[in-house]
Ligand binder design. Structure first.
Ligand SMILES: CC(C)(COP(=O)(O)OP(=O)(O)OC[C@H]1O[C@@H](n2cnc3c(N)ncnc32)[C@H](O)[C@@H]1OP(=O)(O)O)[C@@H](O)C(=O)NCCC(=O)NCCS
Length: 164
């Protein structure tokens, strides 16, 4: 367990029995969903951490959000993050990001990067609020295998946060 955040939600490392629900949540959030087996494959990589969030006091209910992070010794990347539509704008995305940042700082990882659809206002605004800066863009990035919520959007922003 990585700790408690706001009182309404508890953030934990996802358990294998959560992967199916997280795949459903991913499919609802992105143009190309990741399957349960893809999540299992990611979770099996030592460099990958999958955080999930549940309502406090409801351990048997499905998780309502996730944050998937890959880290090396010096740098980490947000691979995917999503919050169930019912629970958006309640601070949970920010909470999941802060949990990841604390975890990475404890591991002395210096930099956190991510790619985000330039038109994804909720996500870009959340990252800016956390201190991320845009360091590049990748036109055409989302044309095929999309981690965007809208497959027709083409440009990805590359954003970076210094953790030290
Ligand atoms: C992006 C996402 C994870 C944000 O999760 P969330 O729990 O709603 O975010 P929070 O409530 O923690 O919001 C944090 C800040 O982000 C910004 N923000 C969030 N949603 C916003 C919106 N719809 N419009 C404008 N700003 C928004 C605000 O600055 C907000 O702080 P505030 O509420 O104090 O103003 C969520 O919208 C989501 O799951 N989107 C679909 C998947 C996705 O696009 N993932 C990102 C891929 S890179």
């Amino acid at each position: 367990m990585l700790g408690f955040g706001k009182k309404e939600f508890v953030v934990q490392k996802a358990a294998p029995e959560d992967y199916g629900a997280l795949a459903d949540l991913h499919a609802l959030s992105f143009a190309r969903g990741w399957s349960t087996s893809e999540l299992e494959g990611l979770a099996g990589q030592p460099s990958v951490t999958i955080l999930s969030a549940r309502l406090v006091g409801k351990p048997k209910l499905a998780p309502v959000a996730f944050n998937i992070i890959r880290q090396t010794e010096f740098e980490a990347e947000i691979l995917s993050i999503a919050v169930d539509t019912t629970y958006r704008r309640a601070g949970l995305g920010g909470q999941l990001m802060r949990e990841a940042i604390l975890h990475l700082q404890a591991d002395r990882v210096g930099t956190l990067i991510l790619e985000v659809d330039a038109t994804n206002v909720p996500a870009v605004t959340m990252y800016q609020k956390l201190g991320f800066e845009t360091v590049g863009n990748r036109p055409g990035y989302y044309a095929s295998d999309s981690q965007s919520s809208n497959a027709n959007r083409a440009t990805a922003l590359v954003m970076r946060l210094e953790l030290a």
